[in-house]
Design a protein around this ligand. Structure first.
Ligand code: ZN
Length: 178
């Protein structure tokens, strides 16, 4: 009997504290929910590459020999007559979506991918986005952490006098890390 009375007492206490917390939430409803949604978004971003960043030609020049970096050339026919960045891998934009699983398999062990086309205005960024979307949807962890786009693309790279190769290999071994 004594405990029953105690429980009733607690019930009353809880009720009054709930009323108080309702008042607090009503005062700051938007700020509270905005802060929560930002927090959830931030947690997801830490897991794998979700945003695409840009890298300059000079930054890539100094990083490209590192074994964890792959340069992905998504130009179409231009690769065969304009040459390519030494050490780059060809994956043409017109068949890119179909080749993503193969590409991810080929890039095992690379955690940073640098995409480019001729100017890196359309094909380069859009293929980079397709890859990020694929990684988000696929359940397996491909180990890819950074997806980047080379500023000014192949044309900017060549115009700055940086190393260009004219071999016919899909994966160029000239000056690359492979
Ligand atoms: Zn080559």
């Amino acid at each position: 009997m004594k405990s029953e009375r105690g429980a009733k007492g607690n019930g009353c206490f809880l009720l009054s504290s709930r009323v108080k917390s309702h008042i607090i939430i009503i005062i700051l409803p938007q700020t509270y929910s905005e802060a929560r949604s930002r927090e959830v978004k931030g947690k997801g971003e830490g897991k794998m590459a979700r945003s695409i960043t840009y890298i300059t030609g000079s930054q890539l020049l100094s990083l490209r020999r590192q074994p964890n970096i792959a340069i992905v050339d998504v130009r179409d026919d231009e690769r065969s007559y304009d040459g390519h960045i030494s050490g780059s891998l060809h994956c043409a934009s017109d068949t890119f979506s179909d080749n993503i699983p193969n590409l991810v398999h080929q890039l095992k062990g690379k955690d940073t991918l640098v995409f480019h086309c001729a100017l890196s205005q359309v094909r380069g960024p859009s293929c980079a986005r397709k890859l990020v979307n694929y990684l988000e949807e696929s359940k397996e962890d491909a180990g890819i952490k950074n997806v980047m786009v080379l500023e000014r693309g192949f044309n900017g790279w060549e115009a700055s006098g940086r190393p260009v190769c004219r071999c016919n290999n899909v994966l160029c071994k000239e000056g690359g890390s492979a």
